[in-house]
Ligand binder design. Sequence first.
Ligand code: URA
Length: 262
Amino acid sequence: MEAMTREALLAALRLQIDWGADEALEEAALDRTVARTPAPATPARQAPALVLPTRAVVGAPPAVTRAAALAAQADNLPALREAMAAFDGSPLRETATNLVFADGVPESGLMLIGEAPGGDEDRLGRPFVGVSGQLLDRMLASIGLRREESFYITNILPFRPPGNRTPTDAEISLFLPFVLRHIALARPRHLVLLGGVAAKSLLRSKEGITRLRGRWHEVTKNDGQSLPALATLHPAYLLRNPAAKRDAWVDLLLLQRSLSRQ
Ligand code: URA
């Protein structure tokens, strides 16, 4: 590693404190800027997925079929946003203040997917703008990623569940066709799945996030192609469990390493 200036060392120390580190866990310093798990090869950029409902939708409730048809008709991101705003198949639309579509730069090649908007996001119509979003922004900034230029971010649900409750399986299935279309239209080269809801629904896994995190998986798109997806802890979980920030840091280094290879 290059010799760091005093200012850079102080900034790194401030970040540790921001992240809640309050004691040294090992005698010798460990260079955590060196990721130890090999990253997957980066697939070539693909054309948007075929305009077809997903196989999962066959035999699904009528609202899911309608969601899939609407999603499939959207040819670009503004059209998808409009389709989601017009979709009346979920009662969440009635209790939410705003549709929360996405934020950041769709062309960046990196797409992050969280769970569902909270109160601040619902009020402002933008994802991850509350305290957990601010923590996430600081974490990503520590590996040089900024929302204004380096990533795109959305959620599995575009509407806030009342009282910030966890989304039900039915709500996740209902909005999944929109999420898959969103991925197809944004054409990221890497996905980051924030928390158990995003990881389990896109990886179609029953495993919890503590088992899924820390490694690259593959998300299968509607066109049958797959995309590397890193599962990691949700920033709201990190706020409640500061000791887990250490695992999140390991995950961020995996991401940084993959991005630096493209
Ligand atoms: N938590 C999420 O999963 N998404 C947001 O947009 C805000 C908090």
